[in-house]
Design a protein around this ligand. Structure first.
Ligand SMILES: [Ca+2]
Ligand SMILES: [Ca+2]
Length: 191
């Protein structure tokens, strides 16, 4: 009988130790994950800001948005950062970039890293998960674009922002889930 109690005691001690190890491992692994994941999110956010800055600089230089499809913009518009828009930011003589100025310096996309993806049809600026960055442009020149956060599935985000963003350029990526208007979207306007 004594033997049984000893075994039970051992089992309890081992279970306690295993629990303790997991209690230590879990926060440590969370910190490591957050560090890795957090850094890549910061990089994508920096890319969104770089695009916003590049388009602002284009506007300063040429006193208007890029001429997409050969025409000046007349209404607010949402686009992928791709094709003619991206080519012009990268310094090609298209979309009104007559002086071939490089407004955006960015690396080629690699696994798990934002950058320029070359496809057969066009170049696309993708986030670390391979989805195109998107941009809203103030084509009607009233100084505002609609705030994508008003469509966000997350109630706190949806309710935290105003209907309009006071900017000519708002850039975002779809985030880890690859879906627009969810909590993990990476934006140029949220802190
Ligand atoms: Ca507008
Ligand atoms: Ca998302």
């Amino acid at each position: 009988m004594k033997e049984i109690w000893r075994w039970i005691l051992w089992v309890l001690v081992i279970a306690g130790l295993v629990g303790l190890v997991f209690q230590i491992i879990e926060p440590v692994s969370n910190v490591i994950f957050l560090k890795l994941h957090g850094n890549t999110v910061i990089r994508d956010k920096a890319t969104a800001k770089d695009v916003q800055f590049a388009i602002h600089n284009f506007i300063s230089e040429y006193n208007d948005f890029p001429n997409l499809a050969g025409k000046p913009l007349e209404a607010d518009i949402e686009l992928e950062v791709a094709g003619e828009l991206l080519d012009c930011l990268l310094g090609d003589k298209v979309a009104g970039n007559s002086r071939e100025i490089t407004f955006l310096n960015i690396n080629t996309a690699r696994q798990g890293r934002a950058g320029v993806l070359e496809t057969a049809e066009k170049r696309i600026l993708v986030d670390q998960w391979g989805q195109a960055f998107r941009v809203r442009l103030d084509g009607d020149h009233d100084g505002n674009v609609t705030n994508p956060d008003t469509q966000n599935a997350d109630k706190d985000i949806r309710q935290s922002g105003s209907e309009w963003l006071r900017t000519q350029v708002a850039v975002y990526s779809l985030g880890r889930d690859g879906e627009p208007f969810t909590e993990d979207d990476i934006t140029s306007w949220r802190g």
